[in-house]
Design a protein. Structure first.
Lengths: 226, 226
DNA sequence: GTCTATATGAGGATAGAC
DNA sequence: GTCTATCCTCATATAGAC
């Protein structure tokens, strides 16, 4: 057994336990480093140093840098799924997404969530300094992004009045896209070191108000048609 | 004279003319390559090949890769300034910004504009795979971004009703930030190769409607207070 | 000013002892 | 499973002839 495959079941030997711990140490180190230096900026040597394990061990657990990051993304996605359960309206979503950028809301912004946000940028096309088209990391992230989008749509659907969704079935999808665009856009701003004086809380409110206004607009139209 | 300095005036010798042409060829090659492969993906060797000039020449005209890209950004910024003159409301701005993403509006989307958009991503923090904090390219871009933001605010101010700006003086700034966030957010989406079926024209309209609703909201409030 | 050959350094990955 | 020494590739940059 090697690289990624784990003992299917039964008793865990002491060696196995130690191996698992090494694996986790490596992933942990990769997570920290990736948040500090990005994908390209994270070297296998650095992962080795930070994890306290030699390079050889890293390559024993993961076939290469790509596989390491795919495993890391999978871990983060699992955490994301655990956190994001239960209904959530546009307002709350925007508030979490935008306010969280200022770092003012650390308890709701885990490292894992932060990494997924960062990965969104890594996955941008090559032209933008993103990963290669055939990168496994990129492919893995895009799969997850699609899944997360679905979850978002479902949860936003629950927050939109029934008569609106009845008349405009794709409204929740549109709202999700718009609020995602908002969040991503502010994410870019927050990481551009321009306009440091932005009050993200205020903008989250403005953004929410703008989208809620849109929903009201459609609600009015739905009501008029009766 | 060397590297970036140009003859101040007077008659241009034949050698000078040829040198200028070489410089332009190099910049042109860099522009094309940067749009295809990004900053990191553009190698000096490739610039040399594409421009038809040897590596040595490239390093004669520009001290290094950073200087080359700073010069490129300056060129693009000049083009941007020429294009973006005259008033422009939020709607038109969003329409240009978002619809342009689909590539459906090529005539209004020059290579230079595209490069500035790409540079916004390059300038993201190191954690996101962006340039180093002390990168000259990054610093140059951030200066330009601040300038472009100012221009945007001025032009959006002209499109907001006078009574609103009177009562809420920072409304134009907020609108600019929101519409920039929208544009940047959709830019991320457009380059993520997810939801390829997005109708950017429709979303540009929705986004514009949402922001216009916000303005109306404030206009109502301003009116009520009289 | 233009060109070729080459120095330099970084990072991903492997070999093979233990 | 763990560790060390080493290889390979590739990109920036320079030296120096013309």
């Amino acid at each position: 057994m090697k690289q990624g495959t784990r003992r299917s079941g039964g008793t865990k030997g002491v060696r196995q336990a130690r191996s698992d711990r090494s694996r986790e140490q490596i992933l942990r180190a990769a997570l920290d480093l990736a948040l500090e230096h990005g994908y390209q900026g994270t070297t296998m040597a650095a992962v080795s140093t930070r994890s306290g394990l030699p390079v050889g061990s890293v390559y024993w657990h993961f076939k290469g840098k790509e596989q390491l990051f795919v495993a890391l993304l999978e871990h983060c996605y699992e955490v994301w799924l655990e956190i994001h359960s239960g209904p959530e309206g546009v307002r709350r979503k925007l508030s979490r997404g935008i306010t969280g950028l200022s770092g003012a809301d650390p308890e709701h912004h885990t490292k894992e969530e932060a990494l997924l946000k960062a990965a969104a940028v890594w996955a941008l096309s090559r032209r933008l300094g993103g990963l290669d088209e055939d990168s496994e990391v990129r492919a893995a992230y895009l799969r997850m992004r699609a899944e997360m989008f679905k979850v978002d749509v479902e949860r936003i659907t629950e927050s939109v009045p029934a008569d609106v969704t009845e008349r405009f079935p794709d409204m929740p999808t549109k709202l999700t896209v718009l609020s995602l665009a908002f969040t991503d856009g502010f994410y870019v701003h927050a990481n551009s070191e321009v306009h440091l004086d932005l009050d993200f809380g205020e903008y989250a409110d403005l953004a929410a108000r703008a989208l809620e206004g849109l929903v009201d607009d459609f609600a009015r139209r739905a009501a008029e048609e009766r």
